[in-house]
Design a binder for this molecule. Structure first.
Ligand code: 2DT
Ligand code: MG
Length: 212
């Protein structure tokens, strides 16, 4: 009817360590939501195709060196440069399925010497707050069994351990922690269930902001 306004899209974030299956699950979710006529878009931060993203890609592939603080701000800028589009997508009913977000931003930089979680949160304040955060949890053993790390910066066991301990400090009560060692389909089933549940609750609620 005319009085019934369209439900906004959700901001769904999937976080977790390397090799937890974030990208696989995000892509499957996007596909399956679109298949049931819930318009959805897959996003992955860092978004390496933008001007800022290209610098981040150079840094991650060790083609350039940058100050750790500068890199942190670039990762954040890479989200801010997409903020207007995220908001307009959600307002027009598109659900965003996001592979890494501000939590990775904080957990990774805070794993470097001299960086506090508090300082790392600063530039993220005001970004759209996710409606649902799913954390794919994987033990070190299972992760190791999924093959070697790549050659990018941060793809080092000792660093990943610090990142995990930072993630643990960021977990909020509403987060859904899923065991990522299970088969892809089983994890996907749980994720979809959580998403549909949140979708029923959200309705036309305002888009909240991070860490305010
Ligand atoms: P991918 O492997 O997902 O492409 O990430 N990272 C990511 C940060 O340090 N800060 C951030 O804000 C984000 C989103 C995680 C490449 C690496 O970049 C790290 C791994
Ligand atoms: Mg990677």
């Amino acid at each position: 009817s005319e009085t019934e306004s369209k439900q906004r899209g959700l901001l769904i974030v999937i976080e977790g360590l390397d090799k937890a299956g974030k990208s696989t699950q995000c892509k499957l979710l996007t596909k399956s939501l679109n298949a049931i006529n819930i318009p959805s878009k897959y996003l992955h931060f860092p978004m390496r195709t933008t001007a800022v993203g290209k610098i981040i890609d150079d840094y991650l592939n060790k083609r350039i060196e940058l100050h750790d603080s500068a890199v942190h701000l670039l990762f954040s800028a890479n989200r801010w440069e997409y903020e207007a589009e995220m908001i307009s997508d959600m307002k027009s009913g598109v659900t965003l399925v996001v592979d890494r977000y501000s939590y990775s931003g904080v957990a990774f930089t805070a794993a470097k010497p001299g960086f506090s979680i508090d300082w790392c949160r600063g530039p993220e304040i005001g970004l759209p707050r996710p409606d649902l955060v799913i954390f794919l949890s994987l033990s070190q053993d299972v992760a190791a069994g999924r093959g070697d790390f790549g050659e990018e910066r941060y793809e080092v066991d000792t660093f990943q351990k610090k990142v995990l301990s930072n993630f643990k400090q960021l977990i909020e009560p509403e987060w859904k922690i899923l065991d990522a060692s299970r088969p892809i389909k089983a994890i996907q089933k749980d994720i979809k269930e959580q998403v549909l549940e949140v979708m029923n609750e959200i309705g036309e609620c305002v888009i909240e902001r991070l860490w305010t």
